[in-house]
Design a binder for this molecule. Structure first.
Ligand code: GUN
Length: 298
C-alpha cells in the first residue's frame, strides 16, 4: 500500500478531547452540562450499536445523555409526542432521532418536528437551508467529520476538484454545500454523481478528492481513480464472511486494497469516517448548549 492512512479514530479522539475541554469549562463556569437525547425506534441491530456508541461518547465527554427506546410498531403520533416532550425538556440541548425509521413513520415529518435549535443532526430543512446559504449552524455530522479529516491531514479542499458519489440528504447534499462555500476550509469545485450519472468512471477519474457515499460494497475500483487522489470512504457495508465469528465483515464503498496502491491518502473502513461522525455530533451538541446560553454567538 502506498497511500497514507487517514486515521479517523485518532482524529476523532483529538476532536472529542477538544469538546471535552469546552464541556468541562461549561460545567465549571455556568453549571451547565450539554444534554443529548437519542431516540431509537425499532430493533435494527446496526442502529442499536450506533446509538450506544453515541450515548457512550457523549457521557465520556462530560455530557448528559439518554436514549429513548421505542418499539418497532410505534405509531407516528407517539414518536412525534416523544420529540415534542424532548423539545420542551431543558436538560436536553440536542435531539437525535436515529434513522432509518420503521415504515409507518414518515422521516420528514419527524425531522421537521424537532426544534431547529436542538437539531444536532442538522437535518431539519431550516438548518439545511442555512448551510446552503453559507451560514451553517448545525452541519450534519458525517459531512462535518469529512471536512475535519481533510483539514487535519493537510488536505485543504480549496481549489481542488471534489467528486462526490451519492446524493443523500445526510451526506451527498450537505457535503456538496459545505465544500463549495466561499469559506476557509472549503472553496472546492464540487461535482456530485449518482445512479443516473453517465460514465461514472470518467467523472471519478477527475477527482483530486473522491468522496464515496453510495452504500454499495467496494464499488469504486482502482481503474476509477487517478494517481495521488485523496479518498474518503463513507460506506459501511456488511458482507458475508463465514470465517468470522459474527459471520460478516465491514467493507466500504471503495475497493480499499487496490485503490490504496494508487491513492495519496485513504480512509479505512472501519476506523475512518465512522468515528468522526460521533465526534462531530458531540461538537454540535456542545454548540447547542453554548448557543442556548449565548444565542448571539450562533
Ligand atoms: N443513521 C445513519 N447515520 C445517521 C446520522 O448521522 N444521524 C441519524 N439520525 N441517523 C443516522
Amino acid at each position: 500500500m502506498s497511500a497514507t492512512l487517514i486515521d479517523g479514530t485518532s482524529i476523532a479522539a483529538e476532536v472529542r478531547g477538544e469538546v471535552g475541554e469546552v464541556v468541562a469549562e461549561m460545567r465549571n463556569k455556568h453549571g451547565i452540562a450539554p444534554g443529548l437525547a437519542v431516540v431509537l425506534i425499532g430493533d435494527d441491530p446496526a442502529s442499536a450499536v450506533y446509538v450506544r456508541m453515541k450515548e457512550r461518547a457523549a457521557i465520556e465527554a462530560g455530557m448528559v445523555s439518554e436514549t429513548i427506546n421505542l418499539p418497532a410498531d410505534t405509531p407516528q403520533e407517539e414518536a412525534l409526542a416523544v420529540v415534542q416532550r424532548l423539545n420542551e425538556d431543558a436538560r436536553y440541548h440536542g435531539i437525535l432521532v436515529q434513522l432509518p425509521l420503521p415504515d409507518q413513520i414518515d422521516e420528514d415529518t419527524v425531522i421537521q418536528s424537532i426544534n431547529p435549535d436542538k437539531d444536532v443532526d442538522g437535518l431539519h430543512p431550516f438548518n439545511m437551508g442555512l448551510l446552503m446559504a453559507g451560514k451553517p449552524r448545525f452541519i450534519p455530522a458525517t459531512p462535518a467529520g469529512i471536512q475535519q479529516m481533510l483539514l487535519r491531514t493537510g488536505n485543504d479542499p480549496s481549489g481542488k476538484h471534489v467528486v462526490v458519489c451519492g446524493r443523500s440528504n445526510i451526506v451527498g447534499k450537505p457535503i456538496m454545500n459545505l465544500l463549495m462555500q466561499r469559506q476557509d476550509g472549503a472553496n472546492a469545485t464540487v461535482s456530485v454523481c449518482h445512479t443516473r450519472t453517465r460514465d461514472l468512471a470518467t467523472m471519478t477519474r477527475q477527482a483530486d478528492i473522491l468522496i464515496a457515499a453510495v452504500g454499495s460494497p467496494q464499488m469504486i475500483t482502482a481503474d476509477m481513480v487517478r494517481e495521488d487522489v485523496v479518498v474518503i470512504d463513507v460506506g459501511v457495508n456488511r458482507v458475508d464472511a463465514p470465517e468470522r465469528r459474527r459471520g460478516y465483515r465491514l467493507v466500504g464503498d471503495v475497493d480499499f486494497d487496490a485503490v490504496a496502491e494508487k491513492a495519496a491518502a485513504i480512509t479505512p473502513v472501519p476506523g475512518g469516517v465512522g468515528p468522526m461522525t460521533i465526534a462531530m455530533l458531540l461538537q454540535n451538541t456542545m454548540n447547542a448548549a453554548r448557543w442556548s446560553i449565548h444565542p448571539d454567538l450562533r
